[in-house]
Design a protein around this ligand. Sequence first.
Ligand code: 5IU
Length: 277
Amino acid sequence: SITKRTYGSRAAAHPIPVAQQLLACCERKQTNLCVSVDVTKKAALLRIADAAGPYICCVKTHIDIVEDFDQDLVQQLQALADKHDFLIWEDRKFADIGNTVRLQYSSGIYKIASWSHITNAHLVPGEGILTGLASVGQPLGRGLLLLAEMSAKGNLATGDYTRKNVEAARRFPDFVMGFVAMRRVDEREETAGGVAPGEGADYVIMTPGVGLDSKGDGMGQQYRTPDEVVNESGCDIIIVGRGIYGGGEGSADDEIVRQSKRYQEAGWKAYLDRLEQ
Ligand code: 5IU
C-alpha cells in the first residue's frame, strides 16, 4: 500500500509533476511539514515563511486575509520558495460553478494560478468545478486537492460526500493530486463497490488540525498529533499553523524555528515508524 512506500519512490512514479515535486521535496529535506501562515500583514507572512523555510515542504497561504497584499508579496514568496526549496499552496477552497472558479483562479487581484503550485476545492457544485479549475491550472502544471474531509468539529464532509470526492478525483487524474482529509480516504474500501477507474492511483493526503500542545481552539478546530495523523491514520503531510507561529502577527523568529524543527522531527519520526510497522 501507499503508506509503506517512501516519498522518494512515490515521487519517481507520480503522473502529476507538482506532486512529484512535493514528494521529492519531502524526501530531500526529510520533512512532511506544511506551515499554514494565517496572518494579515505581508511582512509577517514573509518573515514566518523565511524562518520556517528550511524545515518545511510547503507554505499554505490565505492570501485574501493580507491587508497590504501586492504583487511584490507574491514575488518575494516565490523567491523564498526557491531559496528554501518549498512549494506554495493557496488554500482558496473554491466552491462555485466551473465558469466562475475559472475566473477566480486566473484573474482578479490575486491571480492565484500564476504563483500557487497547489490549490484546493470543494466538490459541492459538482464536477464542473474540476473542469473549470483544470482548464486554468493544468496547462500551468498546477495541482489540485479536493476537500474530502475537514478537521473542524461537526463538519459535513463525511460518508457519501467523502466517497464522491474520491470518485471525482479519479476522473481528473492529470490534475487532482490528492485530498485534504483526516485519513487515507483513497483506500479501496472507501470507494463504492468494484474497481474504480484509476484505482491504485497515488494521492497525497494533506491534513490540517495538527498540534502537539492543544486539543482545540474554542472555534471548532480539533488537533491531533503528528503520530496520530501520519502513523496511525496514514496521512502524508501535516499542516501546522498556530502551533508554529503562535497567533496574531506571529512569534519571534527563534520560536518559529524551534517549533518548526519540533514539528518536522515529529512528522518525520511518524513517517519512519509507519514505514517500519
Ligand atoms: N484548515 C483546517 N481544517 C480544514 C481545512 C483547512 O484547519 O479542514 I480544509 C486550515 C485552516 C487554517 C489551517 O488555515 O488549516 C489550520 O491552522 P491551525 O493549525 O492554526 O489550526
